[in-house]
Write a protein that binds this ligand. Structure first.
Ligand SMILES: [Zn+2]
Length: 118
């Protein structure tokens, strides 16, 4: 259950930001979550409700932007999106030139994208 420490971290960051900006309420927290990360957004929301009780972030809305898995062909530099099952399973092949050399350009991020306070 690594969602709990992550959620604690999100809450701490939001509260610190609110304090730094002399705000009285955290309205929205926007998170970016890559499809390859083993993090359930439902658990983040659930834990957040629980640990934010009694803080100025208690009613904050959690918005999660899901990043797709995107690979970039090392030979023709084409970006292509694949699903998680294909990433875990068979060989990844460039749809343009059939090369099997690629780098991952999206899908592993987990970060706070924005915090809205009033
Ligand atoms: Zn290619």
């Amino acid at each position: 259950m690594h969602e709990l420490p992550l959620t604690q971290n999100i809450l701490d960051t939001a509260l610190a930001y609110a304090e730094r900006t002399n705000s009285t309420k955290v309205v929205t927290i926007v998170l970016r979550l890559g499809a390859l990360r083993d993090i359930q957004k439902e658990w983040i929301e659930h834990y957040f409700r629980y640990i934010s009780r009694g803080t100025i972030a208690a009613d904050a809305e959690i918005l999660v932007i899901c990043d797709p898995i995107v690979c970039r062909c090392a030979d023709c530099e084409k970006d292509f999106e694949i699903d998680r099952a294909s990433y875990a399973g068979e060989e990844i092949v460039c749809p343009v030139c059939s090369s099997q050399n690629y780098t991952l350009v999206s899908g592993t991020k987990f970060q706070i994208e924005g915090i809205e306070v009033i």
